[in-house]
Design a protein around this ligand. Structure first.
Ligand SMILES: C[S@@+](CC[C@H](N)C(=O)[O-])C[C@H]1O[C@@H](n2cnc3c(N)ncnc32)[C@H](O)[C@@H]1O
Length: 257
C-alpha cells in the first residue's frame, strides 16, 4: 500500500509538499517550511471553521486541503491551466492527494476567466494565490475573484516596481520574463494591487510583503477576522529617493494649475 502510493507520487510533478501520511510527503517546489509560513500568514487570523472557501488555481491542492483541515464547511478547489497541462497533469496530482488524505474537498475544472456567481456561486473566503501575475488578463480575473468573495479575498502575488510610489505594474513581454517562465506577465507594485482591490469595494485591505511577494487580505466585512495584521507586519510605503522627491517638488507647481 505504502509502496504503491510512494510509486504513484514519484510519477508526478509537485508544486506543493503535501503530507499524505505513512511518511510520504510529495516533493514540492514549495517546501513544508514555506507552506507553514504561508498557511500562517494566509489563515491564522481568519475564522475558517464553518465557512465556505473557493481556491482559484489550486494545482496540487495544498491550500484547499489546509482550509478543510482548519474546519471549512465547504471547499471548492478549481484550476484549469495546471490541471489540463499535459506535462504538469495537475488534476491527477490533486486527485491522488485528495484520495490519500480522504478529505471532502470539491473540485471543478474552470479557468479563472470563467469564475462568476453564475458558474461557481459565492464563497465566504476566496483564495487567489500565485495566480494574478500569470494572467495576461490579470485585472479582469482579479475582478472575477472579487465578485464571488462575500467576506474576504486573499491575494498572493509576485511584486515589482517597489520604488514607484504611484500605482504601477511592470509588463513582461515574451523573452523578458522573470525566472524565464513564459506564463509570468505582470509585476504590480503594492499601491497598484491595493487600489485595484479598493476598486472592488473591499472595506479594509491588509498588506504584508516580502521583497518580491505580497499578501493582501481584502475584507469586504471584518466579520471573519480573528485578529488584525500586527502593525510590525504591515507593508510600509517605500521611502522616496532624493531624486524622486526632487522630481515631485519640481512638478508640484505645474500640478496645481
Ligand atoms: C504558482 S501556481 C500557484 C498554486 C497555488 N495557488 C499556490 O499558491 O501555491 C499558479 C497557479 O495559477 C494557475 N493558472 C491560471 N491561469 C494560468 C495561466 N494563464 N498561466 C499559468 N498558470 C495559471 C495554475 O494552473 C496554477 O494553479
Amino acid at each position: 500500500m505504502r509502496e504503491h502510493l510512494s510509486a504513484e507520487v514519484a510519477k508526478h510533478i509537485w508544486w506543493h509538499s503535501i503530507d499524505l501520511g505513512e511518511g510520504i510527503v510529495t516533493p514540492g517546489t514549495k517546501t513544508p517550511a514555506i507552506h507553514r509560513q504561508e498557511s500562517a500568514s494566509f489563515f491564522d487570523r481568519v475564522q475558517i471553521a464553518g465557512h465556505s472557501v473557493l481556491d482559484i488555481g489550486a494545482w496540487n491542492g495544498f491550500y484547499s486541503f489546509e482550509a478543510k483541515r482548519r474546519g471549512a464547511r465547504r471547499v471548492l478547489a478549481t484550476d484549469k491551466f495546471a490541471w489540463t497541462d499535459k506535462h504538469l497533469r495537475g488534476r491527477e496530482t490533486f486527485e491522488l492527494a485528495r484520495r490519500a488524505l480522504g478529505l471532502e474537498v470539491e473540485a471543478l475544472e474552470i479557468d479563472p476567466a470563467d469564475i462568476s456567481p453564475g458558474t461557481v456561486g459565492e464563497f465566504d473566503i476566496v483564495l487567489f494565490l500565485g495566480v494574478f501575475y500569470h494572467r495576461y488578463d490579470a485585472i479582469e480575473t482579479l475582478a472575477r475573484a472579487a465578485q464571488v468573495a462575500k467576506h474576504l479575498l486573499i491575494v498572493e502575488t509576485h511584486l515589482d516596481l517597489h520604488k514607484i510610489d504611484k500605482p504601477a505594474m511592470a509588463f513582461y513581454p515574451p523573452g523578458r520574463k522573470p525566472h524565464n517562465d513564459e506564463t509570468n506577465w505582470w509585476g504590480p507594485n503594492v499601491p497598484c494591487m491595493r487600489d485595484l482591490l479598493a476598486g472592488h469595494g473591499f472595506a479594509d485591505i491588509e498588506i504584508s510583503t516580502t521583497f518580491h511577494r505580497g499578501i493582501f487580505h481584502a475584507w469586504r466585512s471584518t466579520e471573519l477576522r480573528l485578529q488584525e495584521l500586527p502593525i510590525e507586519a504591515c507593508w510600509k510605503p517605500h521611502k522616496l529617493s532624493v531624486s524622486s522627491r526632487l522630481i515631485r517638488e519640481i512638478c508640484r507647481p505645474f500640478r496645481r494649475r
